[in-house]
Design a protein around this ligand. Sequence first.
Ligand code: PXG
Length: 464
Amino acid sequence: MTILHNIPTDELQRIDAAHHVHPFSDNAELARDGARIITRAEGVFLYDSDGNKILDGMAGLWCTNIGYGRNELADAAYEQMKQLPYYNTFFKTSHPPIIALSQKLAEIAPGDLNHVFYASGGSEANDTNIRLVRHYWAAKGKPTKKVIISRHNAYHGSTMGGASLGGMKGMHAQGGLPIPDMAYIDQPNWYAEGGETTPEDFGLERARQLEAKIAELGEDNVAAFIAEPVQGAGGVIVPPSTYWPEIQRICDAHDILLIADEVICGFGRTGNWFGSETYGITPDIMTIAKGLSSGYQPIGGSILSDEVAQTIADAGDFNHGYTYGGHPVGAAVALENIRILQDEKIVENVRDVTGPYLAQKWAQLADHPLVGEAVISGFMASVALTPDKSARAPFSTPVGTVGTICRNFCFDGGLVMRHVGDRMIIAPPLVLTIAEIDILMEHAVEALDKTHAHLKAQGMMVAG
Ligand code: PXG
């Protein structure tokens, strides 16, 4: 097998465009422009095929929590591949790495979330959740409880189930989605949708949409509510403080399960092991992936409460499973990743030291003439770009135009900062040091300044 090292960038781009179909991309545009080729990474820095060094402000795709270049994980994978590269956990078999990982996850997951069903990533795990909660209610003699309530602008994956749980319009528009028995309420995005309401009142209002939706559908028809503690791909939307307590009250008052999708928030992202801890949520099921292995291996899963797991166990066969669910190499790597997170107190450091430092620096962005709000939760943060701060106004240009301009200035300046529409977002590796936070902030401010100057020069500081 030949891997294409030391080939000129334009040749790599040509071959890539000829044979590789990229996810969430305009592939025709990409073929014209050429992909940026990332060749290696170390710590929090990426290196591309032209030798550029780029600070990875997105931890890959919200996943390299311990940063790049940790050989301990490579060693764990190598040893496990030699010992037992693959075996399944179907048909009354198991293996030591998955047994050890399950015990470890039961230890670190909050409350009575003690039982893990594995998948290869977050989408598959959420597909499991759909089947599992419906099977759960059928087992309890309530087969009509099938509807899962989610939120507009949520992201829960790209499979048919995951994308249906998600509330992304652009995704529902392709491929005949959503699947049946899905319902949606509005997101707690105060900045864009709160109008004159205070954030606190708005948080309550949006949470109470859940109660209204349950009443509309009938409690006997609702299986579960699913949400990310903080919406990630939706633009790092940090909910008002009133939101989650009210959601929890409503889930407790009605006979429905609560699924916390911790694919991004889990494993330290919000400054605690799980976003559920940061926001005082007591879920029945947690979806995990990404930071579980810091992205070094594809692995995800659903962590179930004692009660949910017992109900499923008592119901006989659960006719569901993935070839690579509970993969021994993924499990070995995840275990080593969790060991590093624990031994090096990486989560505590984000909570007590680097998180507060980043929060203080990030808050200062709110004073920038282009920024309407700056919000942060642990090590995930966003700013909303606006031509008119006091009105929280959107731009007159199509949504995402300004975000793309700012993103390009970031990349060219040596920082990966993503845009979601006209919000700029970061979710850096949790090992980012104080000195590296300063570098990140310097690049971010520079990109905002350049974007602002560009928009003024082009006459684009116009509200829509
Ligand atoms: N749930 C959440 C909350 C996610 O963020 C998934 C589920 C799906 O996980 P997998 O492992 O199947 O990808 C995710 C994934 C983006 C972006 O543009 C975010 C994700 C995936 C792709 C793009 O920010 N998150």
